[in-house]
Design a protein around this ligand. Structure first.
Ligand code: RP5
Length: 181
């Protein structure tokens, strides 16, 4: 399993080009099969120049690795954890139970139930253990939400988010004007 994870991590590193030494955001997922969805979170963080790490942590297949990752994340300097999982998607909730950091869950479509199972598994947390949840497969929004969390205490990031919103506004306005002309 370790060899598999190492091979996976090097594939991920190639994909996202670098793993930072003191990342601010942890992007974790239940399986390497979640990567095609979860890479969108990494791409958003790349475009904002915010450091992150990417790895596989499975609640069911590597439970002790999950406990270790979640318990050490805060002391390692991680500020927000983005956790993607499909099916019986227990990873985000279990990680939230083990860390005081904010956790954002990404429901991944991984079964015959089309991701609704993942969404419900992630969103139905008991009182006291919150997980923020984005739409099924929407890792882009998980990246943006993590940035907004950092932006609460980081003016530079907040300004970049405002610029991003302005770009969105312009893009949609231009499309609307084209349609109207
Ligand atoms: C979950 O089971 C993972 O997060 C993934 O979405 C799903 C299927 O995993 P694989 O069987 O493709 O490894 O734990």
């Amino acid at each position: 399993a370790e060899t598999h994870i190492k091979a996976y991590q090097s594939a991920v590193s190639d994909h996202v080009e670098k793993q930072e030494e003191s990342p601010l955001i942890g992007i974790i997922m239940g399986s390497d099969s979640d990567l095609p969805v979860m890479k969108a979170a990494a791409e958003v963080l790349d475009s904002f120049g915010v450091s992150y790490e990417v790895t596989v942590v499975s609640a069911h297949r590597t439970p002790l690795r999950m406990v270790d990752y979640a318990q050490k994340a805060q002391q390692r300097g991680i500020k927000v954890i983005i956790a993607g999982a499909g099916g019986a998607a227990h990873l985000p909730g279990m990680v939230a139970a083990l860390t005081p950091l904010p956790v954002i869950g990404v429901p991944v479509k991984a079964s015959a139930l089309d991701g609704v199972d993942s969404l419900l598994s992630i969103v139905q947390m008991p009182k006291g253990v919150p997980v923020a949840v984005v739409a099924i497969q929407n890792a882009t929004n998980a990246g943006l939400l993590a940035l907004r969390m950092l932006g609460a205490t980081d003016r530079g990031i907040l300004e970049k988010i405002a610029a991003y919103q302005e770009d969105l506004r312009k893009m949609v306005t231009e499309k609307a004007e084209k349609l109207e002309s």
